[in-house]
Design a protein around this ligand. Sequence first.
Ligand code: AMP
Length: 213
Amino acid sequence: MRVLMIAPPGAGKGTQGARIAAHFGVPHLATGDLLRRHVARGTPLGRTVQAYLDRGGLVPDRLMQDLVRKALADATTGGGGYVLDGYPRNPAQAWAAYQIATSIGATAQVALHLRTDDDEVVRRLLARAGIEHRSDDTEPVIRRRLALYHEVTEPILTWYDRRGILLSIDGMPDADRVTAAVIPALEARRACHVDRPGPVPELLIAAGAVSCG
Ligand code: AMP
């Protein structure tokens, strides 16, 4: 199963991403976690990106592209799937993700969008701040991350919709109920089997030319 997760901060990407990955037996690649690990280890990349994370800004596309190319190549060695969580986050990254995935024959089958309400995600993230102590879980930084999401991330959903791979699920209920909605919906998409992953089958599915199940 090859899934991209696109949702605002606090929508439950981390929790749902881990559960989806466990269900399908594929790696969960969360770009925020990968970056935070670099920061914690004090790598050159970690030192470069720390200020972006602290301010809730987006790490430059070129750095993200290198990180994701390597993570996806490692994950799909031997033909495996992935749950890519937190990437892409803007149109340039959406195009880069498509090109990287095409080059390794592993384009996404589903772009999973979790729908939420801004006030609810702010409440969730402030609650998380008391537990995880992330540098970017303060109210001004949360608001900035949300604003960026609406400005540059949300518009890419249209592209996935047009490609016929968008799956939009209500992320407002509690985590177990969201998982109970997400897993069967992904299973249904998996049944939509195509022999040759890539743009042509996806376009055929969107046009109803390839039947599912
Ligand atoms: P997350 O854990 O997904 O909320 O990401 C935490 C932070 O990591 C974000 O606020 C960004 O600073 C950075 N980050 C994660 N993914 C990306 C990405 N695809 N592009 C740019 N920055 C990212």
